[in-house]
Design a protein around this ligand. Structure first.
Ligand code: UDX
Length: 487
């Protein structure tokens, strides 16, 4: 039936669609909240599985109810109900969503399930960059503008863009352990420091037709088709590489990071400081560690956390434990229930370790990480170098020891140690003597030198999110562009 009468201009509605993993949901929900604060109607599309967890462990439903037009919607991830999605199995979720989600997403958009009465149409899509082409196909078919949000750093995106060149030039595959320190020549700007060792674990394959390597190479190329990219970084940290990406393939990039700091700055301004930083945790946060930190001397504690995906052997866990205890420093250690692979998991040793360490260490299953890093007692962070953790450490001015596990983390740790000089890299080694030495170097021996660069980077990060800063202004541009494309 033909519609008559005056056309009503509906408010803009943005669909935000992250991969079902902690680091992705966390940063994209922060972006959702920033847009909602600006009055934009947002639909946040989570997989059923992740959304159940989010509702179990956070108050997001109440928190977001105050934003007009904010909707949570869910979509299946395509895996069997009893599939173990946690820990290292996140790659199954990536493959499954890339294979199976496209028709469901299309149907949800066409049928109007993603809108509300006041703003029935999705006028803009911001999808996770790891989804590659399928969200772009749907957006193009339906005529909806689409931006991709790459949850990793600009430098990681830049190097992933060159995977086809690495394969073609024969720089990949990596030929065994003795080949690890060979410099990579096909990533412009990184020829002097990027080694085979610093490439993601999925590059350590004997055959370049490896499905994960191929998938990542392919989805990265697909990002060129989006109208724009959003990067959770800031210009003073990665400005030159952002410019390189713009000239090579993606002219429009909004660098709006560190997103958690930008959101905290906005919330503080809007509520005169009465609002706490928002938690988007998919785990049960144990606040008792803050009470423990309150009793520790300034900068005396090393915070240890390997993020939401890392898994390790019991042997590695014990090496870390001995190294930490022998360092004679206080430590706060996040041991997720699924951190240790194999029989009994972390549960089988955690109680024993906690008892043996009571004097100097404290262990929790999941910590309020932003709050921990901002605590005066914390003087270092032993991390898996996930991008969110790296940014959170930068903002808090806490130097890092990096033990990367997966995907982008190997590159992040190289940048932390070699380029930004805000930490030390112990990738590929898990030995109690090395752990002890690293902790002692970071907290004592080399403290002054590393602290200087960490403090300066923290200053620049904060500048970028405050009024007039680069990320602050870029967010304003993004909001303006979203409003201008309202149907
Ligand atoms: C992964 C990749 O490692 C990351 O680089 C990519 O960009 C997103 O997906 P993850 O391994 O979960 O993420 O690490 P990270 O990016 O560091 O995100 C973890 C988040 O969980 C951080 O925001 C951190 O604050 C939070 N966290 C972690 C807690 O709140 N409590 C904890 O105890 C541990």
């Amino acid at each position: 039936m033909e519609h008559r009468g005056p056309q009503v201009a509906h408010p803009a509605r943005v669909l935000i669609f992250p991969l079902a993993a902690q680091g992705h949901v966390n940063s994209m929900l922060k972006l959702a909240e920033l847009l909602a604060l600006a009055g934009i109607h947002v639909t946040f599309l989570n997989t059923n599985h992740i959304h159940d967890r989010l509702l179990r462990y956070t108050d997001v439903r109440a928190r977001f109810a105050k934003y007009p037009g904010f909707l949570f919607r869910t979509i299946p991830d395509g895996l069997e109900e009893d599939h173990p999605r946690a820990g290292g199995r996140v790659t199954d979720v990536i493959f499954s969503m890339n294979e199976k989600t496209k028709p469901v997403l299309r149907e949800m958009l066409v049928s109007g399930q993603l809108g509300s009465v006041e703003s029935p149409l999705v006028t803009y899509i911001i999808s996770d960059g790891i989804f590659g082409g399928f969200t772009i196909d749907v957006a193009e078919e339906l005529g909806v503008p689409i931006i991709q949000f790459r949850t990793g750093s600009a430098s990681v995106f830049w190097s992933f863009l060159f995977f086809p060149d690495l394969i073609e030039s024969g720089e990949l595959p990596i030929r065994g352990k003795e080949d690890m320190d060979r410099l990579i020549k096909s990533v412009p700007g990184m020829e002097s420091f990027l080694r085979c060792r610093d490439l993601p674990g999925f590059c350590r394959v004997s055959d370049t037709s490896d499905p994960l390597l191929q998938l990542i190479a392919q989805v990265t190329q697909q990002s060129r088709r989006a109208q724009a990219l959003i990067l959770n970084t800031f210009d003073d940290l990665e400005g030159p590489v952002v410019s390189s990406i713009q000239s090579k393939c993606c002219p429009k990039i909004y660098t709006i990071g560190p997103l958690h700091a930008l959101l905290n700055a906005k919330l503080t301004k809007n509520t005169n400081g009465s609002e706490d930083p928002s938690s988007n945790s998919l785990f049960d946060v144990d606040q008792s560690c803050i009470t423990w930190l309150n009793s520790q001397a300034p900068k005396s504690v090393i915070y240890v956390s390997f993020g939401s995906i890392t898994v390790m052997t019991k042997h590695d866990l014990m090496e870390f434990w001995h190294g930490l205890v022998n360092s004679k420093k206080g430590f706060l250690w996040v041991i997720r229930p699924d951190l240790v692979e194999g029989e009994g998991g972390a549960g089988s040793v955690q109680a024993e370790l906690a008892e043996a360490t009571r004097e100097r260490g404290y262990m929790v299953g999941w910590a309020p990480q932003e709050e921990v890093l901002a605590h005066p007692a914390v003087g270092g962070f032993l991390t898996h170098s996930g991008w969110n953790s790296t940014l959170e450490s930068i903002v808090a001015g806490v130097p890092m020891i990096c033990w990367p596990y997966f995907a982008d983390q190997n590159i992040n740790s190289r940048f932390v140690s070699e380029v930004w000089k805000i930490g030390l890299d112990m990738k590929d080694v898990c030995d109690r003597k090395v752990v002890e030495k690293m902790v002692s170097d970071l907290m004592v021996e080399r403290r002054e030198e590393i602290e200087k660069s960490t403090a300066e980077m923290a200053r620049l990060a904060k500048k970028s999110v405050n009024e007039g800063g680069s990320s602050y202004c870029n967010l304003e541009c993004l909001i303006e562009d979203i409003r201008l494309t309202r149907k």
